[in-house]
Design a protein around this ligand. Sequence first.
Ligand code: ZN
Length: 304
Amino acid sequence: MSDVPARISVREVGPRDGLQNEDPVPAAAKIALIGSLARTGVRRIEAVSFVRPEAIPQMADADEVWAGVQPDPAIRYSALAPNLRGARRALDAGFTEIEVVVSASDTHNRKNVNRSTEESLDDIARIIDEAHQRDVACQVIVSTAWGCPYEGDVPVSRVVAVAGRAVADGADSVSFGDTTGMATPRRVAELVGAFRSAHPDVPLNLHFHNTRGTGLANVLAALELGVDDFDASVGGLGGCPYAPGATGNIATEELVHMVADMGVSTGVDLDAMIGAAAEAERIVGRTLPSQVLRAGPRTRTIPG
Ligand code: ZN
């Protein structure tokens, strides 16, 4: 395990990716949750997405939510934008980091945004240019990186080629998203190895889902390859859009809990994150999948 980093960067995606896949909740609850997360020590928060309200009503209040957040200067907040119009809204709202998304699977991309992967990459090149003109960093998220709900497995060469096009167009970093929860440790090693060989210097984030119970195993496989940047969602907020009732994002407190015992620092206070997970559970009014939220940390004892 010699390549395991001493420190990793955790991006908390619960307020956006998580809540986007739950029943709509009031803006005030989102603002409060972002505030609670800011007090956990996490240094990156994906706050909102700028999408058409008809497409994703859960994010219709993005401007209101962001206006209500008191930004902590120690935290990097980001917004997701599905297209140029959304990106301009994010830039106008003052975000200094934006994320754009393209699917490695042509069928998935067409179903999502009615464009081919190639056409989306053309749009993304323009978004990157506009972001850079305003000194804003742009991450390109390659979704369905470990499999598509329509096409099944997506070849590693295809995923790396899509990411490579984004890198060539100026992406500041790349994220691979396991949209469907089809990643396994072996497949993580294959994709990370192929991407690193092609682009050794490009910052890489990984976004795992625990849909089939391999979420943290995938993180461990990536850690052993030196990956030091992961997404996670407080409480495991957010479901899987392709399997009703199934689990989506890995839970932030489970990630922090596991790596802390490996001596890997995150800067996140575990108890504070568990508290934020309990708040997230109250907000959405359903039991969240996080097992560390249920059981508490491994060091917790009961009075003998
Ligand atoms: Zn996700």
